[in-house]
Design a protein around this ligand. Structure first.
Ligand SMILES: [Ca+2]
Ligand SMILES: [Ca+2]
Length: 229
């Protein structure tokens, strides 16, 4: 088996509960303008099947309309880390790696190493989907896993201008109500990865741990991207 060594990563921490979101729009120079830049991570129970969990990873937040057909970097592996024991160390991962016009998914399976290390789980294929720029092409595997990869309109709503005023002490009124706020990301696109997967493939998370703030079993998940060195 050929192993690809992945040495560098960056990522954000998110906790997937009922519906929880973490955002990290626009990272440091060097990580922006490519699909190593993690913008948002959404994890929630599938609205159409309560036995499924949906993971959405939005990469490269600043894919503006004139760049709407950005591409996934073939040297970047995206990894959804899933902790089911409550120690914030991933017990399994789902990986996504593009080749040509196809996104290949691997896992869920135990990583060969935790943290930012580990190999591409080529022996644990999950499925693949054509990367669609013009239409929402999805694939569903025999195991009932649905997959998508491609540009999507950025669902994140945030008023960056007002945010800067607030943190600069220039806005005693605070954040503006919805009708007055400006969505900085209106019309912007991201490069999205979507996985809807039966919970049975992930395992049963520990019901109660010291880090469980919602009182029901939750998967503790976060996303990292790793660039091939
Ligand atoms: Ca764990
Ligand atoms: Ca990892």
């Amino acid at each position: 088996m050929k192993k690809t060594k992945l040495l560098f990563g960056l990522g954000i921490l998110a906790v997937a509960g009922i519906v929880l979101v973490a955002a990290d729009h626009i990272d440091a120079p060097g990580t922006t303008n490519n699909t190593a830049d993690v913008a948002d991570f959404y994890g929630f129970e599938s609205p159409s099947n309560d036995a499924n969990t949906v993971f959405i990873v939005d990469l490269q937040t600043n894919v503006l309309p004139d760049l709407a057909y950005g591409t996934f970097d073939e040297d970047v592996l995206t990894e959804i880390n899933i902790d089911i024991t409550g120690d914030l160390i991933e017990d399994m991962v789902i990986q996504a790696l593009p080749r040509g016009d196809t996104m290949y998914f691997f896992g869920p399976a135990a990583p060969t190493a935790t943290g930012l290390n580990g190999d591409v789980l080529v022996n644990s294929p999950l499925g693949k989907v054509v990367i669609s720029a013009d239409e929402a092409v999805t694939a569903t595997t025999d195991a009932g896993v649905s997959l998508f990869a491609g540009p999507r309109q950025d669902a994140f709503f945030f008023d960056f201008g007002q945010f800067n005023k607030v943190i600069g002490g220039e806005a005693p009124e605070g954040f503006l109500p919805a009708g007055e706020a400006t969505d900085t990301f209106d019309g912007a696109n991201t490069m999205s990865l979507v996985v809807e997967i039966p919970n049975a493939m992930l395992g049963e998370p520990d019901a109660m741990t010291s880090l469980n703030v919602v009182g029901v079993p939750v998967y503790k998940t976060w996303v990292t991207t790793n660039r091939k060195q």
